[in-house]
Design a protein around this ligand. Structure first.
Ligand SMILES: C[S@@+](CC[C@H](N)C(=O)[O-])C[C@H]1O[C@@H](n2cnc3c(N)ncnc32)[C@H](O)[C@@H]1O
Length: 272
């Protein structure tokens, strides 16, 4: 039993805490009245997952997935080794807070940790602790890698950031006990659906302008062809009788003549 509400342990581009109310309204009531499976193929920081786990006691099984293997490994470390992870994070926090007044020393500390992270040659718990540390101390909490999968976000400027939120890590760890953790392309999650399943899909956004594309830095671009492949995946969900909700950017709000989503999802209900 989870006695406290778990919340995202990362800052993540496109985090969905703000959308909880709209998603609650869109949830098909018949699904959540009995035991159901919840699948989130683009998990990111998991705002909707944690809300669902806290809200619905008849959520029998959850399956989460992301193409970012380091992110999924961080979930695995929290699920399986919370004590070990907390011990390492506490050490990082102590060291970082001790040099709080010295911006140069903090920068140097950050780059040493970033280099260590990029070796990808540490234990699962250390790698997860590094992932969380970098997320808390890098510029804007971004996650960006180069073509060689090396994390390349510069250091940020923070005054004693929380690096180890011990209570939340334990709460998240407990919540993850009924969650299956997958890494790879979202299509793989289809095999995990059961009779009463709801998918929540929150893919990388279609950029609102040529310059706002945060995903143009990513290793694998989620371009228009990818958005159409995802639409086809949603069509397969329909054929199999699974329910789904998808969120994306409001391209029409930016340019009234941009009908991209209206056209590809012409058979669906689009809520503002
Ligand atoms: C908009 S974010 C999801 C944000 C999440 N809802 C939250 O609250 O933080 C999109 C996620 O999709 C992942 N992703 C990109 N391409 C993917 C693919 N082909 N299959 C699975 N995940 C993918 C990215 O790594 C990123 O974490």
């Amino acid at each position: 039993m989870i006695d406290k509400q778990a919340k995202p342990f990362l800052k993540w581009a496109g985090g969905k805490t703000q959308l909880i109310e709209s998603i609650e309204k869109a949830l098909p009531k018949e699904i959540t009245k009995k035991k159901f499976t919840y699948i989130e193929p683009f998990i990111g920081s998991g705002a909707i997952l944690f809300w669902m786990l806290g809200k619905f006691s008849n959520l029998e099984k959850a399956v989460i997935n992301d193409i970012n293997e380091d992110l999924i490994n961080t979930y695995k470390a929290i699920a399986n080794y919370p004590n070990e992870l907390i011990a390492i994070l506490n050490e990082f926090q102590l060291e970082y807070h001790a040099i709080n007044e010295d911006e140069e020393a903090k920068k140097e500390y950050y780059y040493i940790k970033r280099d260590l992270y990029n070796t990808r040659n540490t234990s699962l718990s250390t790698q997860a602790a590094l992932f969380i540390f970098l997320n808390r101390t890098c510029f804007n909490g971004l996650y960006r890698v180069n073509r060689n999968n090396l994390f390349n976000v510069p250091s940020g400027k923070y005054n004693k950031p929380t690096i180890c939120d011990e209570q939340n890590i334990f709460t998240v760890s407990a919540a993850l006990q009924k969650v299956e953790l997958l890494h790879g392309d979202y299509e793989n999650t289809l095999n995990h659906a059961s009779a009463n399943t709801i998918f929540y899909l929150d893919p990388p956004y279609k950029p609102l302008s040529n310059t706002s594309s945060f995903n143009s830095y990513a290793k694998d671009d989620f371009n228009d062809a990818e958005q159409i492949r995802l639409r086809d995946f949603c069509n397969s969900l329909n054929v199999l009788g699974h329910k789904w909700i998808l969120s994306n950017s409001d391209v029409k709000g930016k340019d009234i003549n941009d009908n991209f989503f209206d056209e590809i999802y012409d058979a669906c209900k689009i809520a503002a």
